[in-house]
Design a protein around this ligand. Structure first.
Ligand code: DAS
Length: 324
């Protein structure tokens, strides 16, 4: 039987950053081929390696992610594994999930412990990611994140800890599956994916993300909306709540650009109608804001970037957020 052809695309991050003898000073220097090393799985797949960037993920741009999405779309491999820094991994994975069509497995992974530290997790994570990318059950599941022997949907996963190797969690849902020995188990299939919103051509729009905190000044919203951004995302309290004092500034911003609201809690879906106090979800809707369903602020921002870059009008933006 032919070995599955897997493309390994590397962008840098801890998985590509060995530490020196003192255990400090890590920076990305390893290529995709170095990272794959002599992993046992190499013999089971036909592996093509490409080093696209060698950056800490905080230095990646959305142009880099667009380029990655295009490289994935252009390869004819049976499955794709992306290695990237964990800091922005959830955003890279979500942007791919939201923008790529098709059933081919795309699996994103990285590492929390550098090569040179005791117990580096990169090799095990990469081995797991290759196994998942080569597995038939991974087809049609959208972009997956494999980390610490768990398989998560990019749609829900978040980095939840600064240093733990088990940092990736899906608080709303839990993992879709897991790895044990050399077996991939995906008992929970993703039943539906919204239509892909591919990156458009040309400069990508700027979308600001503002998180509300207790006692904030509404001038923050006016300032954010005046940065030249094409859209705004607001991370609200709870199920979609702000101080009533923010409403005039939000109303004004929403009259000029799409303003989306998400919850800052990091899991669960916004309310639609339960609360009626000033600054509740009803007031935000009445002020023209667009609810992000169960997307968190960072994910909602990426979806808004994709929609604006693909030329969606207000109706299209509202329809897309109603279908997340
Ligand atoms: N925190 C590092 C990582 O875990 C750096 C990065 O995100 O690139 O990969």
């Amino acid at each position: 039987m032919a070995r599955p052809r897997i493309a390994l695309l590397a962008l840098g991050g801890t998985i590509a950053s060995p530490v020196d003898a003192a255990g400090t000073g890590a920076t990305a220097t390893l290529t995709a081929d170095d990272i794959a090393g002599d992993l046992g799985m190499r013999a089971a797949v036909d592996l093509e390696t490409r080093t696209l960037r060698m950056l800490a993920s905080s230095n990646l741009t959305l142009d880099d992610v667009r380029d990655l999405a295009r490289q994935i779309a252009a390869t004819d491999a049976d499955g794709i594994v992306v290695t990237v820094g964990t800091d922005a991994l959830e955003e890279v994975a979500f942007a791919l999930d939201a923008s790529l069509a098709g059933d081919r497995p795309v699996v994103v992974t990285g590492a929390m412990r550098n090569v040179g530290h005791p117990g580096p997790d990169g090799p095990a994570n990469l081995l797991g990611a290759l196994r998942v990318a080569a597995h038939p059950d991974a087809r049609g599941q959208g972009v997956l994140v494999v980390f610490a022997d768990e398989v998560h949907s990019a749609r829900y996963v978040r980095k939840t800890h600064t240093s733990s190797p088990a940092t990736f969690r899906s608080p709303t849902l839990g993992p879709l599956g897991f790895l044990v020995e050399d077996r991939v188990r995906l008992p929970f299939a993703r039943r539906r994916r919204p239509a892909a919103v591919p990156f458009g051509d040309g400069p990508l729009p700027s979308v600001a993300l503002v998180r509300v905190t207790l006692g904030d000044d509404p001038a923050l919203i006016t300032a954010a909306a005046s940065t030249g951004c094409a859209g705004l995302v607001l991370e609200t309290f709870g199920a979609g709540h702000v101080a009533a004092a923010w409403l005039p500034a939000l109303r004004e911003a929403a009259s000029r650009m799409p303003v989306v609201f998400a919850s800052r809690t990091g899991s669960g879906e916004l309310y639609e109608k339960l609360a009626a106090f000033p600054g509740s979800e009803r007031d935000l809707r009445d002020a023209g804001l667009i609810p992000a369903g169960d997307l968190d602020g960072a994910k909602a921002r990426l979806l808004l970037v994709l929609l604006l870059s693909s030329g969606a009008d207000e109706r299209g933006i509202r329809a897309a957020f109603a279908d997340v």
